[in-house]
Design a protein around this ligand. Structure first.
Ligand code: SNW
Length: 273
């Protein structure tokens, strides 16, 4: 072997070594990239900071909540420990486009599965089904009829926005980028009610005296799922398998009781005998 070829051989041997020692191998994440991740060592998740108790940032800036903990558990079953799942907060309206455009691998934030959304992204199997709730200041609003002429907040891009536009046609609908800004407007009196997910409404009602749950709309036909890029069947199917394991071994139930205490227990996600 001449000098140049020797150097080449050494160089490719070094490359081979680097490939073997690539981050992820044996360090809490799978070594190859079977799920087509943006970074093979890490699942990047787009989520929300103000959808407590589904997804939110706690006092230490850590993502927490039912959806977040369920996703971390599911990811662990795929071989990704907590340090290899990163959450980033986004406005709700940015989440699906971000997954479609390849900014995140997954979006997790009580995102309801609908045919309209399935045009741009794919969903895992459902893991939560509940109500959309009108949270009102005072007790002037008790039914949909009472919304006539009232200012009703919605977060842009949510099912609440679509539902309100189709069914609360006499209300004056006001778009917000996130729940926190809508709740500020509600507390300051610039809107009369805010329309959001039931468990989040319940949290705000507990936190702010004077806010109460006024109207509940069933949304069982749009169960929340994990959102993946269209066509990423490997990731979607792996998530589904792990999700059903988490349901079957009681993890789902433990998280449900932890985050939604007092709420009726849905049968469909409990262990099957
Ligand atoms: O459709 C419901 C589902 O049945 C369950 O109650 C969890 O919430 C939903 O997925 C609806 N969530 C809204 C949406 O998908 C808002 C999500 C959010 O604010 N993070 O548009």
């Amino acid at each position: 072997m001449d000098k140049v070829n020797r150097r080449r051989a050494l160089f490719s041997a070094a490359l081979g070594y680097l490939a073997l020692a690539a981050p992820g191998a044996g360090f809490g994440a799978p070594a190859s990239n079977p799920y087509g991740l943006l970074d093979p060592t890490t699942i990047s998740v787009g989520s929300m900071g103000d959808a407590k108790p589904y997804a939110f940032t706690d006092a230490n800036g850590q993502f927490s909540g039912f959806d977040v903990e369920l996703f971390r558990d599911v990811a662990r079953r795929l071989g990704f420990d907590k340090d290899h799942v990163t959450f980033t907060g986004q406005d709700f309206s940015a989440l699906l486009p971000s997954v479609a455009n390849g900014r995140f691998d997954v979006a997790v934030a009580a995102i309801g599965t609908t045919d309209a959304r399935k045009k741009t992204v794919d969903f895992s199997d459902g893991y939560l089904a509940g109500y959309l709730t009108v949270l009102a200041a005072g007790d002037a609003i008790k039914s949909a009829d009472d919304l006539a002429g009232k200012r009703l907040g919605v977060v842009q891009g949510t099912l609440q926005e679509a539902y309100a536009k189709a069914h609360f046609v006499k209300a004056d609908i006001v778009n917000f980028p996130d729940n926190n800004s809508a709740i500020s407007a509600l507390n300051s009196g610039s809107i009369d009610a805010h329309f959001l997910d039931y468990e989040a409404a319940k949290q705000y009602a507990e936190r702010f005296k004077g806010l109460g749950l006024a109207i509940n709309i069933p949304s069982f036909d749009a169960p929340a799922g994990f959102v993946v890029k269209k066509g990423n069947d490997a990731l979607r199917e792996a998530l589904n398998k792990a999700l059903h394991e988490a349901m079957q071994d009681g993890t789902w139930k433990t998280l449900y009781v932890k985050w939604f205490p007092g709420s009726p227990m849905p049968e469909q996600y409990l262990p099957k005998k």
